[in-house]
Design a protein around this ligand. Sequence first.
Ligand code: UTP
Length: 294
Amino acid sequence: MAIAKKIRKAVFPVAGLGTRFLPATKAVPKEMLTVVDKPVIQYVVDEAIEAGIEHFVFVTGRGKGIIEDYFDIQFELEATLRERGKTAELKILDGILPAAGTASFTRQQAPLGLGHAVWCARDIVGDEPFAVLLPDMIMRGEQGCLAGMVELYAKSGGNVIAVEECDPELTHKYGIVGVGEKVGNGFKVTEMVEKPAKGTAPSNLYINGRYILQPEIFDILETQERGAGNEIQLTDAMLTLAKRQDFAAFPFAGKTYDTGAKDGFILANLAFALERADIRPMVEAQIKELVGKL
Ligand code: UTP
């Protein structure tokens, strides 16, 4: 088998409207809502860095300019911190800055769907395999989800999607895969179904928002018709690609939080707060007290 090309670029589609999180998302992009003390997008970029990603491609939209500002220097703030000798705070800011020339921003003028957002990155990605990370899905686990996928990709080549077990009663809400023989730290995908009717799902493994895709997906997306929700869907294009190329599934051992939904956002805050030694004791005690009172 030919040696798989390194995954250097990752696409972050951040152009969605975030209607599930109104009214907050009327003025603040959902990717900038904070989980403990970092915006959601930072968790996802950190996951990409851990996986060896070298170029970060953000597909933004109207009202999302604050994301571009977040990944830039904030001159006045930094000058003031320097003046006041706040070195710890300066270090935090320095740590989030992508190296010059490693972040690109392109615009999806209308929210026509995830597939269309990914397609908007075609010129920046070019003719090489790339990762897609849904920025509202953040993950907790020993090893980052994308890092595990990159390991699998080195063995499998082709396309890789991350999957996670869900409640078998809820498979009709997700993209579900059927898996076959083992390959590397994952499995070959035998089937992919978007929101299968109750009782027809091939497994309870749902696609959790991380993809490694071959560039041929862009040609398919170019002519992809609108699907569910009248949007251009990435899953529809992947189903076409799967007829021509292999897909492997990486079973992520950690847990994914959908921070684009209110309950997922609250749970993410609790879970990540409980991982932090500086605030855990207080948060844990307060949760126990609140639960005791309810
Ligand atoms: P979602 O369906 O979760 O995002 O899309 P949304 O449309 O913003 O959310 P709701 O349903 O209205 O609350 C998954 C990802 O795809 C991006 C979103 O930003 C999100 O990260 N997306 C979606 C785009 O970039 N463009 C689109 O046209 C649609």
